[in-house]
Design a protein around this ligand. Structure first.
Ligand SMILES: [Zn+2]
Length: 371
């Protein structure tokens, strides 16, 4: 072989190699552009059976979609929604296909359906009974978002521009966009330690907590639910060890006793004023048997002095109590400051609430209530 021939062969080899590379690139480009696996092998036999029975072979032009497969298997396929199905992410949930169709039917777009599946299951149920809601994507990260309140959030946001969105959601959920004592709700399980009672949540007239026991230091038979009474004793002893003398005045109050108190206050000060310091009957924490009012026998007039208050504020959570009515809480609770009123929640929860710096109302709505 001459040198010239060798050179020719070398050139030819390079050319062939080049063509192979170009060919491969073109092949993948075509695949990328026109997509699709063009095969039935990705879909389950069940889905393929529906595809062939209903002449839906066009589906093979698109990339495999788990959503589409599930909808085919569920016999819920609606040809008008094919493009939407391809954009909706599959979610492991009951009646997925049925829900997808219902949401699309209400008028949601594929991206909105993806957002709906990020909501709590309660919200997903609620949304089925509502007309199409405006964009709620900015609320997705809030655990206590309630789709039923969406319009109220928007209204409240306009009026309260200094509040962040999480606070807006929480405050509207707590009905702070309404007058106190409107649209009140009956508390279903008032015996739970976590029960939230306030100007929007009441207990029945005849509700009496289970297992009330008399406080160890009581002169007038003041009672609390046993677990709270036990914690109370430890709390008072700890105070004593730090040189703070505290005692109980009232703790559990029946509905009728609260009624008498409140009625007298209204007669004295008028309802508007009375509402700032006394609970209407049925809405008092004292009826739950979980709240106790403190007094320092060494202080005349005021029930606690500044030193007592400071100690209570900084230590009560360690024994399972929180200060429920502080000055900074007035806009949420609707009650003036009550440094003497402590509420039992158990050490764990009281610590969390204390460290959050929130009112119990806000804490409850953000972290405990089911949404
Ligand atoms: Zn009280």
């Amino acid at each position: 072989m001459t040198r010239r021939q060798k050179k020719k062969i070398k050139k030819l080899c390079i050319l062939i190699l080049f063509l192979i590379v170009v060919g491969v690139i073109i092949f993948f480009l075509i695949k990328l552009l026109f997509g699709g696996t063009n095969s039935s092998k990705d879909y389950s036999d069940e889905a393929n059976a529906v595809i062939s029975a209903e002449n839906l072979e066009k589906i093979y032009k698109f990339d495999y979609s788990k959503t589409l497969e599930n909808i085919l298997e569920s016999k819920e396929y609606n040809d008008n929604y094919l493009e939407d199905y391809l954009k909706i992410d599959f979610v492991e949930t009951d009646d997925f296909a049925d829900k997808v169709n219902k949401y699309l039917n209400i008028g949601y777009e594929a991206s909105e359906v993806n957002n709906i599946f990020k909501l709590s299951s309660k919200n997903q149920e609620k949304i089925l009974n509502l007309s199409k809601q405006k964009d709620f994507s900015e609320y997705l990260s809030f655990r206590n978002f309630d789709i039923n309140n969406l319009e109220r959030y928007e209204e409240y946001k306009k009026e309260n521009k200094d509040e962040d969105l999480q606070t807006v959601v929480t405050h509207v959920n707590l009905n702070l966009d309404k007058e106190f004592y409107t649209d009140t709700e009956r508390i279903e399980n008032p015996d739970e330690i976590t029960t939230l009672i306030n100007k929007f949540h009441y207990v029945d007239k005849d509700f009496v907590p289970k297992d009330l026991v008399t406080l160890f230091d009581s002169k007038n038979g003041a009672k609390l639910v046993r677990v709270a009474a036990e914690a109370y004793e430890k709390f008072i002893e700890a105070a004593k060890n730090d040189g703070i003398t505290l005692e109980s005045t009232t703790a559990y109050r029946s509905y009728s006793f609260q009624n008498t108190l409140y009625t007298n206050y209204v007669a004295e000060d008028g309802q508007e004023k009375a509402d700032t310091y006394s609970a209407r009957p049925g809405t008092s924490e004292h009826q739950l048997g979980l709240a106790v009012d403190l007094n320092d026998p060494n202080v005349s007039g005021a029930r606690l002095d500044d030193k007592d208050f400071k100690w209570v504020k900084e230590n009560s959570y360690k024994y399972g109590f929180i200060l429920r009515y502080l000055e900074e809480f007035v806009p949420v609770t609707g009650y003036m400051e009550e440094p003497w009123h402590i509420r039992y929640l158990g050490v764990d929860l009281a610590t969390k609430v204390y460290k959050s710096g929130l009112t119990y109302d806000e804490y409850y709505d953000m972290y405990l209530k089911e949404y």
